[in-house]
Design a protein around this ligand. Structure first.
Ligand SMILES: [Zn+2]
Ligand SMILES: [Zn+2]
Ligand SMILES: [Zn+2]
Length: 87
């Protein structure tokens, strides 16, 4: 039996080491109902943004992320091109 693992490798290298948790922002690892690492108080000042891939992040986190050249404007969780849902 022959098994090709080329594809698997490409996907595995990107995975975060930490366990996946649906309730935390994939960038700062803080809970969605908490704030990003730069804000002190949850609420309108630090909203969540959802992308068309259905991943959500704190607005400040995803803005900072896409500004980085290495992000290539892609979602940090699934690597699809980042586009804000409904925008
Ligand atoms: Zn965050
Ligand atoms: Zn914030
Ligand atoms: Zn995504």
């Amino acid at each position: 039996m022959k098994v090709t693992i080329k594809q698997w490798n490409a996907v595995a290298t990107w995975r975060w080491d930490m366990a996946e948790d649906d309730d935390v922002c994939g960038i700062c690892r803080s809970a969605y109902d908490s704030t990003c690492s730069k804000c002190k108080y949850p609420g309108d000042e630090c909203p969540l943004l959802m992308g068309e891939c259905n991943h959500s992040f704190h607005m400040h986190c995803i803005i900072a992320w896409v500004r980085q050249e290495q992000s290539q404007d892609r979602c940090p969780m699934c690597r699809q091109p980042w586009k804000e849902k409904g925008a």
